[in-house]
Design a protein around this ligand. Structure first.
Ligand code: ADP
Ligand code: MG
Length: 266
């Protein structure tokens, strides 16, 4: 039985009021529109209610993800869809498996290794964006920036508090491990970050250096070995290969000086 139109108008007004009280603005927008559609299509009451609520939840998820992506401080908006896996065929399978985000609930890590321009930052960012869509809070910074942040917290006597706060982020991305070698204090701070997240929350690290060279980065083979041990105990290590994507099709990789440089990095 369809109530008279005037009753409908009053009911819609009441729904708009109730939606405002619930702070659910999409219900205001969709209730009347979907009611017409529901009548035309012979929906049950349950189907109508589910459709209205679904619009609200979808919009909240999307705006939540947008906020998380903005708060993460990622350098550029990169996604897995933008990534040309034909250029990195061996990464396709492992990265697609990670895209579901199961590694985040298992507190596993991801390490992306490879020469400059092979897409490490792109993939780390794209996995970060995916994590934001899956409801995780994410923070992105370079290794140098992380050390500066931790060092500041340490100087204020707040390192432990900061590490605890960071554990509330399901994913921390550390880009460019090894671009600059660390002083001993910096290496120790970085070690504490890795230890504090071990088996509690995920890290994605990128580096242009193989693990065998991390001793030089951290100034100490033992610190590096202990750190690598914690990082890779539960991790997917993905090695990207080949020439820089930035230089593709330019013929630059065939220049003798650049070719030699790329070969040394492999
Ligand atoms: P890295 O961090 O390994 O030095 P980047 O991720 O910064 O490399 O990649 C350099 C540039 O090339 C970026 O603009 C990135 O989006 C792009 N790029 C790299 N690899 C690919 C790829 N396979 N498909 C699409 N774009 C790529
Ligand atoms: Mg990079």
């Amino acid at each position: 039985m369809t109530p008279p139109v005037s009753d409908n108008a009053a009911t819609i007004k009441q729904i708009i009021h109730l939606a405002a009280v619930l702070k659910a603005p999409r219900i205001t927008e969709s209730a009347a529109r979907l009611a017409d559609h529901a009548r035309d299509s012979g929906w049950t009451h349950e189907t109508y209610l589910a459709a209205v609520l679904e619009r609200e939840v979808a919009a909240r998820d999307a705006s939540g993800a947008r906020l998380r992506i903005r708060a993460a401080g990622m350098p550029a908006a990169k996604t897995l869809d933008d990534f040309d896996f034909d250029h990195q065929p061996t990464a396709r399978g492992p990265i697609q498996a990670l895209a579901s985000g199961a590694y985040l609930t298992e507190h596993r890590n991801v390490v992306l290794l490879g020469p400059p321009g092979t897409g490490k930052t792109h993939l780390a960012t794209a996995l970060g964006v995916a994590a934001c869509h899956q409801g995780h809070r994410v923070l992105f910074a370079t290794a140098t920036e992380w050390v500066a942040r931790l060092s500041e917290a340490h100087d204020r006597g707040r390192l432990a508090t900061e590490l605890t706060r960071l554990r509330r982020y399901g994913l921390i991305i550390v880009d460019e491990v090894g671009y600059l070698p660390f002083e001993q204090d910096a290496a120790n701070l970085f070690f504490q970050l890795v230890s504090s997240r071990y088996e509690h929350a995920s890290l994605i690290l990128t580096s242009n250096l193989p693990f065998s060279s991390w001793g030089t980065v951290f100034g100490d083979q033992f610190v590096a070995a202990a750190m690598i041990d914690r990082i890779v105990h539960h991790a997917d290590v993905i090695a990207l290969k080949g020439a820089s994507y930035r230089l593709r099709d330019r013929g630059l990789e065939t220049l003798p000086s650049i070719k030699a440089e790329l070969e040394n990095l492999d």
